[in-house]
Design a protein. Sequence first.
Length: 147
Amino acid sequence: MRSSWVIGEGHNFVKTMKGLSDRVADPEDGLERVTVVDDQLGRLTFTRDMAGAIFHVLGTHAPYGTYDCTGSGAVKSWADIARDVFEAANGNGDKVVPVSTADYYASAEGPIAPRPVHSALDLSRLESVGFHTPDWEEELGEYLKTL
């Protein structure tokens, strides 16, 4: 089971962006805006969906092989997702500033792990065995209510 951009318990991108949105919204914090990469594209994968997909594939004795699992729906950039989180959390989505991956890491010291430009995996094989993941944007709204 292959996944990308996993969101669940523990530290993750959505929790980090929610915390940064809260900081930007706090006039005493001093953080005015956040730069987020806008040239990497994909969809979020919620851990409960991935677990459901795994149990479905095993429980139905689906054919052996590799299955891609992400949320269904629109393909967006990290900056788009951050903007959505900021907007939902504090109405401050305009405080997310898009930046290219090259510019984001331009001043980094040491090696940077390469990231794929397009991480939107193909859900057709998983769907062919009867499992359909929910739209990740709808799940994001529900997830944010729990934070």
